[in-house]
Structures are given as structure tokens and as C-alpha cells.
Design a protein around this ligand. Sequence first.
Ligand code: FE
Length: 208
Amino acid sequence: MSDDHHHGDGFPDLAHLPSDPALRVRAMESLLVEKGLVRPETIDAYIQKFEREVGPHNGARVVARSWVDPAFRERLLENATEAVREMGFLGAQTTDVVAVENGPKVHHVVVCTLCSCYPWTLLGIPPAWYKSYEYRSRVVREPRAVLGEFGIELDDDVEVRVWDSTAEVRYLVIPERPAGTEGLDEDALAALVTRDAMIGAARLEASP
Ligand code: FE
């Protein structure tokens, strides 16, 4: 059996590229700009979009609203795409959304077994672990073990549901509202919601 693929430097024609990803990105950017394939303003606009406009702060607002507004929560669980549109968060990789709600007897967790499909507009760019082969293959086989490694211990009577994202449908997990947050308003609640909790890979705690 040949293992040519595993000798990392099997691409001698690329050996002059810097190994540091940041340098590689810069080298590629200058080349694309130099060849007139992309304008620097376009790259800047994309960076700005991912720095400010899309990201887990959007998902967190959706979650917080579902906690304080029962009618919104109902719309969200019924048709998340419409509920998210209502909040102005319909966008890149987030055009067909399904919201699933965690509770004392059910825990939802999201994966993309094929690649890394993810609701960008609500959650930003997926974390490296979400794209890893290990997570993608293990969370469907042994979700409780994987969740345990994320620090989520589930009793035997808690049902675990694993949702496989696709190019069409993306999932948003509505985490359980932490105890002791009854007095908080929507903004303060949104600040407690983490990206990982909206994937189902973390639980939330009230801030100290
Ligand atoms: Fe994918």
C-alpha cells in the first residue's frame, strides 16, 4: 500500500509558499489583486461583514428574544426562517433555518457530517472543531461521549437529538435559559448566550 499522501511535502511545486496561514492568505490576496481578479475593497467589505455584521451576537439576540417573548418563541419554533427574517438576520448560509430548543428532557446538538454547513449569519464562521473529522464522525455515533467531553453530562433519561446540517437547512439550538436570570432584560440575556451553546456543545450559566 502506498502512503505517498502522508509525506506532507508531496507537492514540491508549492514548497515555496509560506507555511504560516496568515502569510499565505496575504500572498494569495496580493496575487489576486495584482491579476485584477478581486478588488481590495471587496476583500475589506467581506472582512468587515464577518467582523461586525454576522456572528454569534445575532444568534444570541434570537435566543434572548425567544426567552422573553413567548409569541416570538412560538414563531421561531414553528418557522425559524421567518422569525429570523423578522429580526433582519436572514443572510449568508442562513436562508432555511430550523430552531430546536433544549430542555430538561431533551438535548439537541448540531453537526454537518459531510463538511461544515453552519448558519453563518447567526453564528459567524464555524469553529475548527466543528469542521474536524473527529467531531463530524463521532457526534453521530456516540453523542453522549462527545457531549461529555464538552462538559455536558446528561442523565440517562435525557433524549439526545443530533441534527445533520445540509447545504439547504441549518440549525440553531435554543439553549436553556440559565437559572437566576429572571430579572434580566433581552440585551443582558443575549450577552449570556455563547456560540457553542447555540450548536448544542455547551450549556449556559448566569454570569457571576
Ligand atoms: Fe457542510
